[in-house]
Every structure is written in C-alpha cells, then in structure tokens.
Design a binder for this molecule. Structure first.
Ligand SMILES: *[C@@H]1O[C@H](CO)[C@@H](O)[C@H](O)[C@H]1NC(C)=O
Length: 276
C-alpha cells in the first residue's frame, strides 16, 4: 500500500492539475538572458551576414529563428507602458513577465522545442551579456582559464554558423569576421570592453556632427562679434569724428566763409573800384 501511494498521488495530481506535469518538462531558459542575447546577436552578429549578403544557416545556434521563444516574442505587443497583450488570444497583462508566464501556461505548444529550438540565453557567456547589459555588473576579477573555455565554446559555435556554400578563403575570412565580432572579446584585456554597437556609432556620428557644428558656430559667432567690434566700433568713432568735424567745420568754416565772402566782396568792391 505504502509503495503504491506516491504513484496514485501523482496520477491524481496530474488529473487535477494538468500544469503539474507541464512543469516537469518545462524548459529551463532565462527569458531575460535570452532577450539580452538576442539584442547582442542582432547588434554584432547578424550584420556580418547582412553586410556580405549571406543568410544565417539553420545549423547556427545563434540564428534568432531557432530561439525557442521566438514565436512568443513575435506575439507580444506593448500597447502602453503598463499593458502587454498576447497576440494569440488578446489577453493583456501589466508586465512583460506576466505575459511571459501566460505564454508558458496557456500557449506552451507555441515554443520551438529542442534540439531545433535553442535557448539564446545559454549563449550569454560567450556574448558577454553581463558586460553589455546594465542589469548585470561586470566581474571585478578575471579568470583567464575560464575565458579560454568560453573562447573554445565560442569558436565551436561560430564554426556552426558558416554558410555551407562558402569555401576556401571566403569561408576562412567569414569565420575570422565572426571571431573578431564575438570571440575576440573573451580575453582578460578585452572582456570588459563595450560593444561597438550600431547605436553607439550613430551616437558617434551625431556627436561628431554636433561637435563640428558647435566649432563652426563658434567661429561664425566669433567672426560676427569681431567684425562688429572692428567695423561698427570704428564706424562709430569715425562718424563721431565726422560729426565733431562737422560741428567744427560749421563753427570754423562759417566765419572763414564769411571772411572769404567779405574778402570777395571787398575784392569785387576793389575791382569795381578799380574798374571805375
Ligand atoms: C579559474 O577558473 C577555473 C575553471 O573554472 C577554475 O578551475 C580555477 O580555480 C579558477 N581560478 C581562480 C583563481 O579563480
């Protein structure tokens, strides 16, 4: 009797709570890690393929199409800051976590099961999620032995991602590009380096633009102010001098002119006198 009991209990439980059996084969995959990993993959890994007009092969575990919750992510809609709705059934939740739980509980059939499905969060170690994401704090000490193990995992992963139709030098250089983008950071010197993300290069361009505009703006402003000082100020003083001279002219010239006139009169008088 005592031996039977756990079996009966389990049977009863699985009849009453179908979820209990679902939990048993629930996949252990951190959605938070996976979201960060997906971001990094899209930021640094996918561009290698896009830039060379290649497609990510299905053999590649970093292929976002293989992400076990990829379909769930496509059925998420954030309608408002505190409203996340399920695009399978329309139910809405206050947080993304509640919606994630809803997917697990109600739409468990939509996940892409392993081995085809991959937990992208499991690649957070080689993708350095802890360095890239603010949610984590980067480790203070570096263990080269550990990083060597990660580097081996990284190179193995990267080799699975080479498009099958590439060969020879093209294949070699493609592997090298992937290594440089992902695996090269797995050394103590480079581990804490931030990714050279597209967003940061956009920021860099904006920063440069603003910097250059400010520089030329400053020059133009400086020139305007200086020409104001150099032109308006002398003009002012020039006009002041002119005005002062006019006043002087008037004061000086009028008696001068008068004298001249008088003189002229006199001369004419004399002339007429002499004519006479
Ligand atoms: C470094 O990592 C390796 C492998 O995980 C471990 O065996 C070793 O004890 C670590 N060394 C230090 C100094 O933490």
């Amino acid at each position: 009797m005592w031996v039977m009991q756990p079996g009966i209990l389990y049977f009863m439980l699985s009849v009453i709570f179908p979820i209990a059996s679902a939990i048993e084969d629930k996949i252990a995959c951190s959605k938070q890690d996976s979201r960060i990993a997906t971001e990094i993959v899209e930021e640094v890994f996918i561009p290698i393929f896009d830039d060379t007009s290649n497609t990510v092969p299905t053999s590649c575990p970093l292929n976002p199409a293989r992400y076990i919750y990829g379909d769930n992510e496509k059925h998420k809609l954030q309608e408002e800051p505190n409203r996340w709705s399920c695009q399978y059934c329309g139910k809405a939740f206050v947080t993304q976590d509640f919606l994630d739980n809803h997917f697990d509980n109600r739409h468990g059939d939509t996940i892409l099961k392993p081995p085809k499905g991959v937990c992208l969060g499991d690649y957070c170690d080689i993708l350095r999620c802890e360095v890239v994401d603010v949610l984590y704090s980067a480790p203070e000490t570096c263990n080269q032995t550990q990083l060597d193990i990660l580097k081996t995992k990284c190179e193995k992963t990267v080799k699975q991602c080479v498009p099958l139709y590439l060969s020879g030098m093209k294949k070699y250089s493609f592997i090298n590009d992937m290594r440089l983008a992902v695996c090269a950071y797995l050394t103590c010197e480079k581990y804490s380096e931030k990714l050279l993300q597209k967003t940061s290069s956009v920021k860099l361009i904006i920063g440069l633009f603003v910097g250059v505009s400010c520089f030329f703006g400053a020059i133009i402003f400086f020139l305007l102010v200086c020409t104001d000082i150099l032109i308006v100020e002398p003009e002012d003083s020039y006009q002041y001098i002119k005005k002062r001279n006019k006043v002087k002219d008037v004061k000086i010239r009028i008696p001068g002119e008068d004298a001249e006139l008088r003189h002229r009169h006199r001369t004419t008088r004399y002339d007429s006198d002499s004519d006479r």
